[in-house]
Design a protein around this ligand. Sequence first.
Ligand SMILES: C[S@@+](CC[C@H](N)C(=O)[O-])C[C@H]1O[C@@H](n2cnc3c(N)ncnc32)[C@H](O)[C@@H]1O
Length: 281
Amino acid sequence: MSERPWSVLELVRWTTGFFKQHGIDSARLDSEVLLAHVLDCSRMDLYTSFDQPVSQGDRGRFRELVRRRAKERVPLAYLTGVREFWSLPLRVTPDVLVPRPDTETLVRACAGLGPGRVLDVGTGSGCVALALARELPAATLLASDVSPAALALARANAAALELEARIDWRDADLLDGIDGAFDVIVSNPPYIPSAEIERLAPEVQQEPRLALDGGADGLDVIRRLVRGASARLAPGGWLLLEVGAGQADAVEVLLREAGAVELARHADLAGIERVIGGRFA
Ligand SMILES: C[S@@+](CC[C@H](N)C(=O)[O-])C[C@H]1O[C@@H](n2cnc3c(N)ncnc32)[C@H](O)[C@@H]1O
């Protein structure tokens, strides 16, 4: 990028080409999001100021973000520090998984049960617990994580959304030290097989290992959760788990072995079986 004045549109076009050369799929979107972030405006605002010049200072800040996105493959949300989930603006940092649209399937499945007492295990940014707090005004919510940094961020997100009074927080290793009885235990646990992580996109590899790594077959954490769930559920309560593509059959076996009396599966928007639930008597 030379030092002559660049317009918004020129910067977006140049950056889109640069991102494409570096193999970034959502090149145009990413360049617009980063420029809107630097100019502190919405993407829509960019469209009404395409011919406006961008100041040298803003261009310098933008250039640095573009470099980190293209060369270091830093996830977009870590560069802007925000990600929308269930229409809630959430702060995200490298301490937490970037909330995925797939995980809204878990929120939908849980909200559909209309539970009164909900536990969100491995809350990360707090996205699931916060969406449920919004969706279920009468529910009591407890959210846990084994990462203190994640819990701190989740609490900050709750405060920013004025939902802090709705959720209790617990630093806990899965269900250890958590007393029942919940109507639903919901979790998006780490479920990627350890050996697969290095084959994933470079962006994913910058997310916390603790949020991704599910052990040799990806099911280590899920196995522990399934084994412990019934003792923490009220009679008739559900354990709802997000799972990886192709894992639902194996998790169904685990749920049956643990005594689930009813099972339910929910597909995400791509048609992948993303959530599996088991009801315990
Ligand atoms: C896949 S991330 C999900 C984060 C968030 N719920 C979401 O859907 O974006 C898994 C989360 O589980 C947490 N976690 C991993 N092992 C855990 C354990 N043994 N006990 C509690 N939380 C754990 C991680 O710190 C991470 O925040």
